[in-house]
Design a protein around this ligand. Structure first.
Ligand code: SAH
Ligand code: SF4
Length: 351
């Protein structure tokens, strides 16, 4: 009989598993610690279990992360991993080291493809296949710890493939595993969910009390422009979105981060600077400017470095914090969904 994979199981699920095996409930807590905190996936080495229990666990269960099919390393040290799920769907994860600091950020996926269909995004162009399970979300992190050690990453951002808030329950379960004090033990300040702006779900996330960091893919501060590139803006207009964001910021007491991709000759004028500054007025936040990363077959243009710096310079005195983010891993298609999109279209990876 095939072994049951415990990847993604919560504390209460492991407690129930132990009860079903005729053991005490607290054994579930011990197993939880071994798997998520101590990165020990070999039941035989779980020394506080009896020999019999270890044998039973080994016979019936396993803790297996994801199957890697491709890895690319960029000149700047960014590594991109492409995994194959049990139903042959591709999912990608990007590990971004920050030179000069201990910080290593891992960008994980929450869905295969994405239904939001933003017009500039490679993942959006793939369409939507399915939600990732909590095991498949957390499995991206477990793979890295298994292969690169406990300090493989320090920060987690849900900025890979998919819209995390459209897979709300599974994403919340995965975040609970990341934050669990006897689990992966990540601080809430080191976990970020990025969303294209589903206002009701932003409020729902605030109500979970997880208080993790929130990033908003804004990309335009003028409603008519935003609608042109992000269909979700038709349903959740900027006004409603900003109300939900303010609610999140107040409830979770965190700074919100706004992602603003600059597309050449689209959202890069003084009018856009003023609209953006007005939109975030009074909100404790950070604005991250990034250049559009060209996607095959799409019509947008990448702005010049001068344009990026000009926009940042105009915005800086008008908002709390602004950063101009360097594009990382550009030589390996490290922008959202690019590698998996190529995989699907049967194109060759540029290694
Ligand atoms: N769906 C979520 C999280 C995943 S997208 C969201 O949209 O926030 C991760 C980030 O990559 C988003 O900010 C997205 O807008 C950005 N992105 C997508 N395509 C891009 C491109 N071609 N160039 C630069 N950034 C891109
Ligand atoms: Fe989906 Fe985010 Fe890409 Fe939009 S930017 S299509 S929400 S993954």
């Amino acid at each position: 009989m095939a072994k049951q994979n415990l990847l993604g199981c919560t504390l209460s699920e492991l407690e129930q598993l132990m009860i079903d095996l005729g053991e005490k409930k607290f054994r579930g807590g011990q197993l939880f610690k071994w798997l998520y905190r101590d990165n020990q996936y070999d039941f035989e080495l779980m020394t506080d279990f009896s020999k019999d229990l270890r044998k039973t666990l080994d016979e019936k269960f396993e803790f297996k992360s994801l199957e890697l099919i491709h890895m690319q390393e960029s000149e700047d040290g960014t590594r991109k991993f492409l995994f194959n799920l049990h139903d042959n769907l591709p999912v990608e994860t990007v590990l971004i080291p920050d030179f000069g600091s201990e910080r290593k950020t891992v960008c994980i996926s929450s869905q295969v493809g994405c239904a939001v269909n933003c017009s500039f995004c490679a993942t959006g162009q793939m369409g939507f296949s399915r939600d990732l399970t909590p095991g498949e979300i957390i499995g991206q992190l477990i793979y890295l710890r298994e292969n690169f050690g406990a300090d493989a990453f320090s920060n987690v951002v849900m900025m890979g493939m998919g819209e995390p808030l459209a897979n709300f329950d599974n994403v919340v379960k995965a975040i609970e595993l990341m934050l669990a004090p006897t689990g992966m033990m990540l601080s809430r300040k080191k976990v970020t969910v990025s969303t294209s702006g589903h206002s009701p779900k932003i409020r729902k996330l605030a109500d979970t009390g997880l208080n993790i960091c929130l990033a908003i893919s804004l990309h335009a501060a003028i409603q008519e422009k935003r609608v042109k590139i992000m269909p979700i803006a038709e349903t959740f207009g900027l006004e409603k979105l900003m109300q939900a964001i303010r609610y999140y910021a107040e409830k979770s007491r965190t700074h919100v981060m706004f992602e603003y991709i600059i597309f050449d000759n689209f959202n890069d004028t003084m009018k856009d600077v003023h609209a953006l500054a007005k939109l975030v007025r009074g909100l404790s936040c950070k604005i991250n400017l990034l250049a559009y990363n060209p996607v095959d077959g799409l019509d947008f243009q990448r702005p010049s470095d001068d344009k990026m710096n000009w926009f940042g310079g105009q915005l800086a005195p008008r908002v709390p914090v602004v950063t101009v983010r360097k594009s990382r891993g550009r030589d390996i298609d490290a922008a959202c969904g690019q590698l998996a999109a190529k995989q699907r279209l049967g194109k060759k990876h540029n290694v």
